[in-house]
Design a protein around this ligand. Sequence first.
Ligand SMILES: C[C@@H]1N[C@H](CNC(=O)c2cc3ccccc3o2)[C@@H](O)[C@H](O)[C@@H]1O
Length: 442
Amino acid sequence: MSKKYTGTWNSVNEHEVPKWYDGCKFGIFIHWGIYSVPAFAPRTWELGAVETNEEWFCNNPYAEWYYNSINVGKGPSYEHHIEKYGKDFSYEDFLPMWKAENWQPQKWAELFRKAGAKYVVLTTKHHDGFCLYPSEYTDFNCEELGPKRDITGELTDAVRSEGLKMGLYYSGLIDWQFANDPIFKEEDNFGNACPTFEYADYSYNQMKELVDKYHPSVFWNDIGWPKQSEHMMPYFLAHYYNVVEEGVVNDRFNGLYHDFSTKEYKQGEANRKEKWEMCRGMGLSFGYNENEGDDQLISVPDLIHLLVATVSDNGNLLLNIGPKPDGTIPAEQEKRLLALGKWLEINGEGIYDTSCSAHLPETAGDGVQLFFTAKEKDLYVFIEGLSKEENTVLIPGVKGSAETLDSTLNVQCEETKEGMKVRINGYDKEKHIICLKVKDGE
Ligand SMILES: C[C@@H]1N[C@H](CNC(=O)c2cc3ccccc3o2)[C@@H](O)[C@H](O)[C@@H]1O
């Protein structure tokens, strides 16, 4: 019998992070919207690498911020818009160009499964206020306009038919249909956006209709929660957990509450003592950016490193894809998803359903890095930075014997007083990071 929550902080604070979320480790984020039509942003910085001041907002690398990037009236996106579309072409004029004519949600869901992802998070309403579902509270939605399909409903069905969990993203505190002054600095962004009770009611009702219509396993709120409805938060959470027993929420509700904390590119702190999630695009943008071709996206080795380093530190990786307006996924993004899936087919036992090991990451000499995960008493050792076919690596403080998850590798172990010395034969760089299993090694 599932617990019943009441609309009090005491009640909802009893909620625990469900095991499924911790065990999944890898999800797919999807930013798809009107902004996918212009698909333009300058390639500047990773969030968190520089101050989010006027220079950031006038050279925003996030293509999904196109509305604001032209609204600020200066910078590369503004100039691009004037040159390519002209001063009189509005953001909403892109809507008829978003046809999703080649969109096959089942193909997306199959690709996410092959990538080794276990959950998906789709933008249902980003900052531009356009809803990717038939909301009862606005006609500015994708059933009435643009694709003229229930994108959220169709993708939710496809994702669940492939055995993955479905999560929904909602821009809780920025909605340029309600407040569209150009944003030049953080304070405009988080503190003063949408300061009306009308918006607080609207967003509360939309968040509830998303829960009631789609029963999302993850409610991924962004930016913040309207101050005028902060007192309603326990009621929202109680309703969500009563309707979706396995539900989880992130930490972007004005710091009032979270099941898991988040990082975004270089912004945010991760504390391995609590569950956290890293989200980022494959380039510098979440929305599709035509300026980001194969050479500008994160490499496969760096992607595998990011997943291993995140999971070994008690995190999940929520990796974003930015689809094209016709509903196809850019080939350079698909290529990386399939490469990650191939690696996980061999090494996933050391990733999925593991917990943080007592062993901290460390270097093992010759540029070799070690990362650890655990599954009950078993220890998994990830070895990064091998370069030769034959390698000897010392794993400090680890006893017993190890087997490799990659059956094409040959591993011999020797116990020394410093730890386990392993000889690895058959390595090649296409294997990237390898994983050893040490029975009862944790
Ligand atoms: C997933 C991305 N989120 C961006 C907004 N980011 C945040 O609100 C944010 C980033 C962040 C990092 C650490 C802790 C909290 C945080 O909040 C949002 O502006 C982007 O367009 C994209 O949707």
